[in-house]
Every structure is written in structure tokens, then in C-alpha cells.
Design a protein around this ligand. Structure first.
Ligand SMILES: [Zn+2]
Length: 392
């Protein structure tokens, strides 16, 4: 074993501290505390803390949950947020984020972060993309510059960002797709998944998730679920849904996909969804969700309340001195009236979207907390009945 002089240790320590911030020795782990039928509640342990499941991840696309300070996101009960590889690789770049201490430090969020691999945004946002066996070449939607995203590079970028949960690069199969196209696309994603696992640097507290594809075809979804398990991952995502197929078909895919996934690993339904999508997916064995809905709706004036939502811009709120939801304990509802927020939206003041985003994220986190408690106490079936009777 080489002997390092004391002076050298002093030099090494600050450098490691910069490159690898907030390192933890805790293992990446998923423990299930209670189940009711297919629904589960438990805890994921990561390098940056614990995630209570079922969990909803607010989306921090470019290193910020739009309009929200990190401490305010946390105050809603969020344990984890999602960052976007595609956006961050283009601006400011993964190398710059790494140089500045990683994404947690860069954006002042010291809790778990999951990053998607960029596959979905490459398909939906970039111009002139070309997919080959090697990877995908695309033009930035920001400045037209050309970029090459391979499975290995997607893993490297997420390593540079410091993600607690890294996602494999996959091709998000467009919907609808023919059986032949869906099969070809899914099998390419499975070969990429293997390359991602080979490229992933294993560290305590950091996990890599595979992504099931196969469109609406049962045998392809099952083939994909089995192929991923042969490679072996810390968690399994279900991708290629919430792309316009509708809730019934989405639930149908979950009905035959989640039983094929290992019971002792977290399951993540990507890009979902509305509150009723989440409740229905938890009942089908899903543990994690992400969606832009709470913040996007907030920016457009929609506030979620039990049984549906309201449009705060409507004239009926002009003189309404009551909060958005009298039962809600969020900062917005504790301090502001519908009338005031209606006024802010009319005056196009930025505080309006901020207050509604805050309420909506709180609504989602409160929903997840109620779901977790219901499963833990063995009354999730009653919870579902009550939830859907109020929604109808
Ligand atoms: Zn509220």
C-alpha cells in the first residue's frame, strides 16, 4: 500500500470534496414496509437520503423546478426531484456542472435526484435526429449544434451530474407503432440497456434503472421486462406510456407488465401523470412517478383540488376571499385568497404562477402521503373508492 505524505493528504481532500460532494456510504436499497394487493409502500435509500414510496418527483427540467426555491419544493414533502440530461448536456453542459460540484450543489438541492437519460427529449424536442445502433445524433433545439448521444455518453453525463438514480438510454417508441417497429425499437433499447449497465460506475448509494419498452404489445413488454432482468438493474421503469395512448390502455399495459418485474425492486412509471393516473398505477404495483403537470398547470392558472380543479383566472374568483382549498395546508392556501391570485394572473405578475405551482406540488405530495398511509394501514381499497367517487 503506498504511503501518502501528510502534506499530500491535505491537498487531496479538498479536491475530492469538490468532485464528489455529499458522498455517502449508504447502499442503494429498496425496502417494502407494507403491501395491499399489488400496491406497496416502502423506502428507497440513496446517497443523498431516503425516498418514501409511492413517490412523486417534481420535474426540475433545466436544474430548477420552475418558479420554486428548493426549500419550498422540500416543504411540500418532496423527497426527490427529476433532472433532464438532454437539457443539462446542452446548457450549461455536464462537464461544467461537474466542475461546479455536481447538480445537487449547483442547484442547491441536497436530496436525491433522478436524471432521465435524454432519450425522450431527443425524440420530442431536437431537430434532425438520426438513430443508429451506436446511438443518436441530433441537433440542439437551442442553437442547432450537433450532438452525439450514445448509451455510454448518457451514463457518463449522469455520472458527471451526480445523479442518485441514473436512467438507461432508450428509444421512446412513438405511439402508435406497428408491431414490427415496436419490436425493432424495443430490442435496440435492450442492447443499449446492456451497454449502459457495462458503462455505469457502481458506487454505494447510486442506482441504475432499466426501462421497459414494447408499446402496446403484451409479448414485447414481457420480453423487454425479462431482457432487463437478465442484465440486472437497481430498479425498473416502464417507458413509452403517457404518449397519447389514453388511461385505459396505459392501465392495461401495467396490468401485464408489473407482474413480470421483480417484486423487490422499485418500479417507476415515467412521465405520469394526472392524480387519477397515479392512484390507478399505484394499485397496479408502481412505486415512482414524475410529471410536469403540477408546475405547468400552475403557470396556466389551474389549481388542483380534491375531485378535480379550478381555473383561477375565471371571473367567479374576482371577489372570492377564500383560499384555493380550505383543507390545504400549503403556504399559498395559508396566506392568499383566490381573489388575490386571480388578480396576479390578470396583472401577469410572476407571483401568480409561483403560488399556484406551490399549491399544486403540495397537492401531489399530499396525495402521495395519503396513498402511503392508506397502504400502510390496509385501507387503500377504501381510499381508491373514495378518490374515484369524488372525481366522478
Ligand atoms: Zn394549497
Amino acid at each position: 500500500m503506498p504511503i501518502i505524505p501528510h502534506k499530500a493528504i491535505f491537498l487531496i481532500k479538498p479536491i475530492l470534496g469538490t468532485i464528489l460532494p455529499n458522498m455517502s456510504t449508504s447502499k442503494f436499497n429498496f425496502s417494502i414496509h407494507a403491501t395491499e394487493n399489488l400496491a406497496r409502500t416502502g423506502l428507497i435509500t440513496t446517497a443523498h437520503g431516503e425516498i418514501r414510496t409511492p413517490a412523486f418527483m417534481p420535474v426540475g427540467t433545466v436544474g430548477t423546478v420552475k418558479g420554486m426555491l428548493p426549500e419550498n419544493v422540500r416543504s411540500t414533502g418532496a423527497d426527490i426531484i427529476l433532472g433532464n440530461t438532454y437539457h443539462l448536456m446542452l446548457r450549461p453542459s455536464a462537464e461544467i456542472v461537474a466542475k461546479l460540484g455536481g447538480l445537487h450543489k449547483f442547484m442547491n438541492w441536497n436530496r436525491p435526484i433522478l436524471t432521465d437519460s435524454g432519450g425522450f427529449q431527443v425524440m420530442s424536442l431536437s431537430k434532425l435526429r438520426k438513430i443508429t445502433e451506436e446511438g443518436v445524433v441530433f441537433q440542439s433545439h437551442i442553437d442547432g449544434s450537433s450532438h452525439n448521444l450514445t448509451p455510454e455518453r448518457a451514463i457518463e453525463i449522469q455520472h458527471l451530474l451526480g445523479s442518485d438514480i441514473t436512467m438507461v438510454l432508450d428509444e421512446c417508441t412513438p405511439y402508435p407503432a406497428s408491431y414490427e417497429d415496436a419490436a425493432k425499437s424495443m430490442r435496440l433499447s435492450m442492447r443499449w440497456a446492456k451497454r449502459c449497465q457495462d458503462a455505469f460506475v457502481k458506487r454505494d448509494g447510486y442506482g441504475l434503472f432499466g426501462i421497459v419498452q414494447g408499446s402496446e404489445y403484451k409479448d414485447l413488454r414481457i420480453e423487454s421486462a425479462h431482457a432487463l432482468q437478465e442484465i440486472g438493474f437497481d430498479g425498473y421503469a416502464i417507458g413509452g406510456l403517457a404518449v397519447g395512448e389514453g388511461q385505459e390502455l396505459m392501465f392495461n399495459v401495467l396490468d401485464y407488465t408489473t407482474p413480470e418485474l421483480p417484486a423487490d425492486k422499485p418500479r417507476y412509471l415515467m412521465g405520469v401523470g394526472k392524480p387519477d393516473d397515479i392512484v390507478g398505477a399505484v394499485a397496479r404495483g408502481v412505486d415512482m412517478f414524475d410529471c410536469v403537470i403540477p408546475t405547468r398547470s400552475g403557470r396556466f392558472g389551474r389549481a388542483y383540488i380534491d375531485g378535480g380543479g379550478i381555473n383561477i383566472k375565471n371571473a367567479c374568483h374576482i371577489e372570492d376571499n377564500s383560499p384555493i382549498d380550505a383543507k390545504c395546508s400549503c403556504y399559498t392556501c395559508a396566506n392568499y385568497s383566490r381573489a388575490y391570485i386571480n388578480h396576479l394572473f390578470k396583472a401577469e405578475e410572476m407571483l401568480g404562477p409561483i403560488l399556484l405551482s406551490w399549491h399544486n406540488i403540495h397537492y401531489y405530495q399530499n396525495l402521495m402521503s395519503n396513498i402511503r398511509n392508506a397502504i400502510a394501514e390496509g385501507r387503500f381499497a377504501d381510499f381508491i373508492n373514495k378518490f374515484f367517487s369524488e372525481s366522478s
